[in-house]
Write a protein that binds this ligand. Structure first.
Ligand code: FES
Length: 405
């Protein structure tokens, strides 16, 4: 064989080896993507802007956070494998869920329960039993769907993080994070973010629940408190079990209230962040305002803040608005008397079923057309409204109304 022939054979062999390698790599990537593997953005990557509309996520992990197994975390990775935008700790995700049978789609919102990561999001959802006396409100429909049907590998449609309830990233004064029950989820997000990004900030974390069976994130919180001397952890059980140990599992017996804060917080200015069930919020938020916490230092979210009367709101103005509200599709005309915090509460109290999600003006689920009259808001809602539409969850009548709902 001549030298030229030998060179030609070597070149052919090299080319064959190269093309085989390329084909193998491409095949590996396509199969990994089809299986949902490898679809994870690089941990250091970060998207600058949120996406618009729905984006597909795959459930990569699920994990119970409390001994009673009623609070489950779902870890979500974007199917498109692109890095996730950061969110403001305290914000929520909006989900579009197809209920079994394909007959119905519902929209629901859940707080993000971890600090922002470019590779995944985490939400933690509490199973809510449906109320027996008001089945039309469909309480628990979504949380039971998550707990019973959403498994690792499943796909979910998700809107970008949103919401006005988040920790002030520039504040230096000590923060008081107060959580009741599943209201702990945005607080965990704020706490984990703050420990990394505001390491010099003093944090007081108050967490109330009935007993140890409902105590979510217990090992994680205790580990964080042990590792961070500026974090003060106060756990309150209102109805401890016989096996719950005061001083070990919890520090205070009773509810998280102003009396407890008075006893345990040092003097000085603090920023308060509060999230819990309506019963807690309806007493604690006004009590904090009464205690002298300025409204600029009082931030809260109650599985819709629409259900809390804003401290300092002008009752005289509300009482003056006594008007008729017609729900055209439902065929009902009712007298608004200012008793309800929002048109959504008003509709539900009268048994009118309307779609809702966040109950805080962020997701648009309760948007409906205003056929006559006008609607007022205490704060400008997060959600961008279509012209001639309103949000029932944060809106109140400014005049007599005819709504499409
Ligand atoms: S329920 Fe989300 S905007 Fe009204």
């Amino acid at each position: 064989m001549s030298a030229a022939q030998l060179l030609a054979w070597i070149s052919v062999a090299l080319l064959l080896q190269l093309s085989t390698g390329i084909a193998w790599t491409l095949w590996r990537r396509s199969t990994a993507r089809a299986a949902g593997e490898g679809a994870m953005p690089a941990p250091h990557a970060r998207a600058d802007a949120a996406w618009s509309g729905w984006r597909e996520f795959r459930v990569s992990r699920r994990e119970y956070e409390d001994p009673a197994c009623t609070q489950c975390s779902f870890y979500l990775q974007p199917v498109d494998a692109q890095p996730l935008p950061a969110f403001k700790p305290g914000q929520f995700l909006t989900f579009s869920l197809d209920l079994p049978g394909g007959l119905r789609t519902i929209t629901r919102c859940y707080s993000l329960s971890d600090r922002p990561e470019p590779t995944h999001y985490r939400v933690t959802i509490k199973r809510v039993p449906p109320p027996t006396d008001h089945p039309e409100f469909e309480s628990g429909l979504s949380s039971n769907h998550f707990h019973d049907r959403v498994q690792v590998g499943d796909l979910l449609r998700v809107k970008a993080p949103s919401g006005h309830f988040f920790i002030d990233p520039d504040a230096a004064v000590p923060a008081v994070l107060i959580a009741g029950g599943i209201g702990v989820t945005p607080m965990i997000s704020m706490l984990r973010w703050s420990l990394v990004h505001q390491p010099q900030r003093v944090l007081h974390f108050y967490y109330g629940m009935r007993n140890g069976r409902e105590h979510a994130f217990k090992p994680q919180l205790e580990a964080l408190a042990a590792a961070h001397p500026l974090l003060r952890l106060h756990v309150a059980y209102s109805r401890p079990d016989a096996s719950d140990r005061e001083g070990l599992d919890f520090q205070h017996k009773g509810h998280v209230d102003v009396e407890l804060l008075r006893r345990t917080l040092p003097h000085g200015r603090h920023q308060f962040y509060v999230c819990g069930p309506p019963a807690m919020m309806q007493t604690l938020v006004p009590a904090l305002a009464e205690w002298g916490v300025p409204l600029t230092d009082l931030h809260y979210e109650a599985f819709g803040p629409a259900s809390i009367r804003q401290p300092g709101s002008n009752d005289a103005v509300e009482a003056a608005v006594a008007v008729e509200v017609q729900f055209r599709r439902s065929g009902r005309t009712l007298a608004w008397d200012g008793r309800d915090a929002s048109l959504l509460d008003f509709a539900e109290r009268h048994g009118i079923a309307v779609e809702s999600g966040c109950r805080s003006g962020g997701c648009g689920s309760c948007e409906t057309r205003v056929l006559e009259g006008s609607v007022q808001y205490e704060h400008t809602p997060d959600h961008d409204l279509a012209p001639g539409h309103c949000l029932l969850c944060v809106g109140r009548p400014a005049s007599a109304l005819v709504l499409e709902a």
